[in-house]
Design a protein around this ligand. Sequence first.
Ligand code: ADP
Ligand code: MG
Length: 137
Amino acid sequence: MEQTLSIIKPDAVKKGVIGKIIDRFESNNLRIAAIKKLQLTRCEAETFYAIHKERPFFKDLVDFMVSGPVVVMVLEGKNAVAKNRELMGATNPKEAAKGTIRADFADSIDANAVHGSDSLENAKNEIAFFFGAREIC
Ligand code: ADP
Ligand code: MG
């Protein structure tokens, strides 16, 4: 069993597809072990995406992530990290495989509907960033 962090980004929350995205996880054996809706502060978004701070898109990414509420979740299941990345599809929705979340719900590389941890190590850190042990079950 693995756990990974998923974020439904502001574009998908605004579109009203929280339920449809959660259905993709639950239909593919990823259990929602924790969930909450929140508005990221600029400082939180910058800290969460600190790994990208030298990239040219960093400011746009942070601006976008604070543009509205997000839903953060801990997904749990067999190979959860890789399974979530597979269900999400490629970063650029134009390149995302048919039937993936980004192909179906994302509009652009900036507004790409979901975040998912890219390794078990990052998943542990990202989960700890948003959730205390008391909030995960
Ligand atoms: P992923 O979300 O697929 O793990 P990355 O970790 O590489 O992708 O990038 C984090 C986020 O930064 C992406 O989801 C996307 O919103 C944004 N991003 C990545 N690359 C670009 C780019 N070339 N132009 C604009 N935004 C980008
Ligand atoms: Mg990433």
